[in-house]
Design a protein around this ligand. Sequence first.
Ligand code: NAD
Ligand code: IPM
Ligand code: MN
Length: 363
Amino acid sequence: MKLKVLVTAGDGIGPEVTREAVSVLQEAAASGGHEILITEGRIGGIAITTDGTPLPQQTLDAALASDAVLLGAVGGNEFNSMPPNKRPEAGLLGLRAALGGFANLRPAFALKELAINSPLRAEIIDGADILFVRELLGGLYFGQPREWDREKGEAWNTMRYTREEVARVARIAFQLAQKRRKKLTSVDKANVLEVSQLWRATVIEVAAEFPDVTLEHQYVDAMAMHLMNRPRDFDVVVTENLFGDILSDESGVITGSLGMLPSATIGGKVNLYEPIHGSAPDIAGKGLANPLGAILTSALILRHSAGLETEAAAIETAVRKVLEQGFRTPDLARTNPEGLTVLGTCEMGAKIREMVKELLVHA
Ligand code: NAD
Ligand code: IPM
Ligand code: MN
């Protein structure tokens, strides 16, 4: 099969990690005789500098003509004083809206090899395996009106959802829970917000279609704590846009680094794949970035856009095996460098590529 993938590497460590993700993706696909056709498009800060806009029309057209889009990261300190609709991040939000995917799947899992890298005790995180389903096209990110009225010294955003927007993402979360441990946690702030009351009522309605899934509700503030105290109790977690953004970064504590977390956005015209971390300006350009989140994201492309489960699983196994062998990027060797081999971004990419080859070609 042939798969057309648009790569929008973006800013900071974006190009560094996507380079490795693409080469692993191509290695995995080639082993089964599949072809990945890569095209590149500018987005974010690099597009502002080159094209005068964070989402050039050319990138948008190319994205809509692709089977999948792989994004690195956008953002940089030099753009921090710009208004939200002109910033690099606006390019990413525009791309998400145009592609139409509303269910952002963010798996977070504890790997035994990385337990020592987490500030949480090993017995708390051992076996934790959570799938966040973050609603991606609603809430405060897209709600109108929104404005900063400088004269009045007042600013407002709007958290808004329709019943249909909640129902469609809830349905996907229930379906995913059916294929896993059949437990769904819906996170809201229904003790304070009307939007959350609509959210909760709608999730309860949809639950009637999935009698085999156990549904529970948590308030977002308590959930932030439960995630750190008892992460193993959660299977699929569905929540609105901003809550999902915050809780998914928090779950980086369970995996040992933000640099480990992949994501896939489904339900729209073209699926969008992005590691959940940002452009990491503090380490950009130094070859220190962990490419594993981006590499695990490439596995999700094979799974969700190409139906190549064997190849997707091989990438995930390769990541585990390379970690088992003691190889780490600097973010994964913070507290325990002894006995480990610390690798840069490219070297880690090469290790995974070799392992994927061994698993798929020499198997
Ligand atoms: P960040 O995720 O870029 O970095 C947070 C911390 O985690 C930093 O210390 C960074 O060095 C570290 N980190 C992140 N990814 C890493 C990796 N792969 N390997 C090793 N360490 C890693 O978040 P931030 O600093 O809050 O934001 C920086 C910029 O990125 C901002 O402009 C923000 O808007 C943007 N951002 C973009 C995306 C995206 O494009 N999807 C996501 C989050 C943040
Ligand atoms: C993420 C990021 C983005 C978000 C920003 C960069 C727009 O933090 O993908 O988690 O808030 O969705
Ligand atoms: Mn985020």
